[in-house]
Write a protein that binds this ligand. Structure first.
Ligand code: 2AM
Ligand code: CA
Length: 263
């Protein structure tokens, strides 16, 4: 990495942090306002609001102005549908944890990520009600606001608190109940971004969920930068163009889980 590459990444990091500060402060006000809430895909638990749509339109426009050649993968339909990961690909989740946003008024995030030729480059997770932005990447390290975060200590599964998808656990999907039983404890938050923030701070040691590309893109960049392993259930690399069953954990726990679920 040359000096000018490093400076480019730092400049992009700062720019997107400013965008997210603006949206985060707006969302802190809007969370108490009347929201236009609709269902998606015929599922009464899959919510979308005017804020999801407005944030995405705004972020996608900012990205297109800054980086017109890039492709954008975003949740609410303002992005593109690329068939490969060549060049610059941005991921946008305008409100992650919309159910929490609408009903709990906390534990929701705004997430952006940048990949270059398939490689994770930079990620941003704004914990809106926590007023914190997690940002960085493999070349520049990971910060919460201005403070550098250390790599997470490696733990065994029996010493690990795991974050699980509640929906997948109650649906009986493969592996969830086993992990809930084998871990020290399990927790369910309802926002991938906030779940990643617990991992990045070292408060929990693993996360297992089926996630869409925009749910996982930013968290993957940041978690891998702090030494977490991010794969699918078989221990293979994620396909960033489709949904994946995602396993994120420190080395020992990750290895233990993949071995156990194979057996
Ligand atoms: P969202 O709020 O951006 O949709 C818990 O619901 C977490 O899983 C949230 O991060 C949510 O993101 C995401 N999620 C919700 N429905 C999903 C689905 N059908 N597939 C994958 N992720 C989903
Ligand atoms: Ca979303």
């Amino acid at each position: 990495m040359t000096d000018s590459d490093f400076k480019e990444l730092k400049a992009i990091d700062q720019m997107v942090c400013h965008w997210l500060e603006e949206l985060m402060h707006q969302a802190q006000e809007l969370v108490q306002s009347h929201l236009d809430v609709q269902h998606k895909d015929g599922d009464t638990r899959n919510l979308v609001t005017n804020v999801d749509r407005e944030n995405e339109r705004w972020l996608d426009q900012k990205i297109r102005t800054f980086n017109p050649e890039a492709k954008i993968i975003s949740e609410e339909g303002f992005g593109d549908h690329p068939l490969d990961m060549e060049g610059d690909v941005w991921f946008v989740d305008p409100i992650d944890g919309t159910m929490n946003f609408v009903h709990e008024h906390t534990d929701f995030a705004i997430m952006v990520a940048l990949y270059r030729d398939g490689q994770p480059l930079l990620g941003w997770i704004a914990d809106v009600m926590g007023n914190d932005i997690y940002h960085g990447g493999p070349a520049i390290g990971v910060q919460i606001n201005q403070q550098q975060l250390p790599a997470s200590p490696d733990l065994q599964l029996s010493q690990s608190i795991l974050m699980l998808s509640g929906r997948r656990l109650v649906a009986g999907d493969y592996g969830y109940k086993t992990l809930a039983q084998k871990a020290l404890a399990f927790r369910v938050i309802g926002s991938a971004g906030i779940t990643f923030s617990y991992l990045l701070k070292g408060q929990v040691n693993g996360y297992f969920s089926k996630l869409m590309p925009w749910d996982v893109a930013a968290g993957r960049v940041l978690a891998e930068s702090l030494g977490f392993i991010v794969t699918n259930l078989d221990g293979q690399a994620l396909n960033m163009l489709s949904s994946n069953t995602v396993l994120i954990a420190t080395d020992s726990t990750h290895h233990e889980i993949v071995t156990m679920l194979k057996g």
